[in-house]
Design a protein around this ligand. Structure first.
Ligand SMILES: NC(=O)c1ccc[n+]([C@@H]2O[C@H](COP(=O)([O-])OP(=O)(O)OC[C@H]3O[C@@H](n4cnc5c(N)ncnc54)[C@H](OP(=O)(O)O)[C@@H]3O)[C@@H](O)[C@H]2O)c1
Length: 318
């Protein structure tokens, strides 16, 4: 594993992190979840990414992570970075959604209880909430860090202007923003325009979520929709996104990957990791095999100009 400093901070993150949005809830195999987490840690993945609402049902990924952590990894607490988040709908009523001080403070206490951890390493505001003053959300993050419930603060999916205000507020309060978590992959390149330059200027790290576009950028859907896939299970990734056009492009990308001696997932992760602005990618996996395949990315994260032009030509109309 390689580790990279996160922005201007002293914290290094593994360039491949593991996310628990899917595949770690109560409807998933606890044994596979245990093996994925242990195998990840054994391979140098020291960073596990959670949120209050991961499951299903919401909260169960934190509960399951807590069980696995306490039975397998407790003695390694100081070698592990665990993040969680609050900001999306989690419980009923006016305080279970959004980014008020009340929501964030209640949510982190619930998340600590569910995981059994004494603190999170990183705590995020999961999204910008235009109904709450930004200063209120940021001051809650500052106080969470000052109370020792988290070591670092981060933000996710904030528009550029609000991200800048957040960075400035946090800096003034001496709790500089560690990291921005945003969607970035071969099919979603928006952060290049606004967030990458801003983060560079402000010394904030960037971690990419859904680096495989939830599985589109893998061999999963090259020949139809498998029964055990994320699309088949139902969720945010739906069958109408697996268009013939996308499948055609993925098959073409797969040929470039094969010429690099990589599977499509490896090449897609390598492409993200090749960007100097990216600190780490958070992969989601449904099996140890996928995880181990993704780790092979580390063998080659560089590209020739011809490969990059070939990839962009295939994706130019996307
Ligand atoms: N901040 C936010 O708002 C936000 C939003 C989304 C995600 N996240 C974070 O980012 C993490 C990753 O997101 P994601 O799960 O969408 O990531 P992803 O890595 O883009 O997609 C994961 C899915 O891709 C497929 N896959 C992975 N490796 C594969 C391989 N080697 N071969 C074939 N298929 C493979 C699997 O699909 P199957 O399940 O079909 O096998 C897996 O479930 C989340 O767990 C979460 O921590 C954060």
């Amino acid at each position: 594993m390689e580790y990279k400093f996160c922005g201007n901070s002293g914290l290094q993150l593994p360039i491949i992190s593991l996310g628990l949005w899917h595949n770690f809830g109560n409807e998933d195999s606890f044994d596979e979840a245990t093996q994925m987490i242990c195998s990840a840690f054994d391979s140098g993945i020291t960073h596990f990414d959670l949120a209050n609402n991961y499951g299903p049902p919401p909260g169960s990924a934190e509960v399951n992570f807590g069980k696995i952590f306490s039975s397998q990894l407790k003695s390694h607490r100081d070698e592990i970075i665990v993040s969680s988040k609050a900001g999306h709908l989690m419980w009923n009523g006016p305080y279970g959604d959004g980014s008020s001080r009340k929501s964030l403070m209640a949510s982190i206490d619930q998340s600590l209880k569910r995981t059994g951890l004494e603190y999170f390493d990183i705590f995020y505001s999961h999204r910008y909430d235009e109904k709450t003053p930004l200063e209120e959300t940021m001051q809650a993050l500052v106080d969470i860090v000052k109370q020792g419930k988290a070591l670092y603060a981060g933000i996710s999916k904030y528009p550029k202007e609000q991200a800048l205000t957040a960075y400035q507020y946090l800096k003034e309060q001496h709790v500089p923003c560690l990291i921005y978590q945003g969607k970035y992959n071969l099919l979603e390149r928006t952060p290049e325009q606004e967030i990458f330059p801003l983060n560079e200027q402000q010394g904030v790290g960037f971690i990419s979520f859904s680096p495989l576009a939830q599985g589109i950028l893998t061999n999963r859907y090259l020949n139809g929709i498998p029964n055990d896939s994320r699309v088949a299970k139902g969720g945010f990734l739906t069958a109408d996104q697996i268009t013939p056009e996308i499948v055609g492009k993925m098959n073409q990308l797969n040929q470039i990957a094969a010429a690099r001696n990589q599977i499509l997932a490896e090449m897609a992760l390598a492409w993200v990791l090749n960007k100097p602005n990216v600190t780490s990618v958070i992969v989601g996996t449904s099996s140890v095999k996928q995880l181990q395949d993704n780790l092979k990315t580390l063998n080659n994260t560089t590209f020739t100009n011809d490969e990059l032009i070939g990839i962009d030509t295939i994706l130019c109309n996307h």
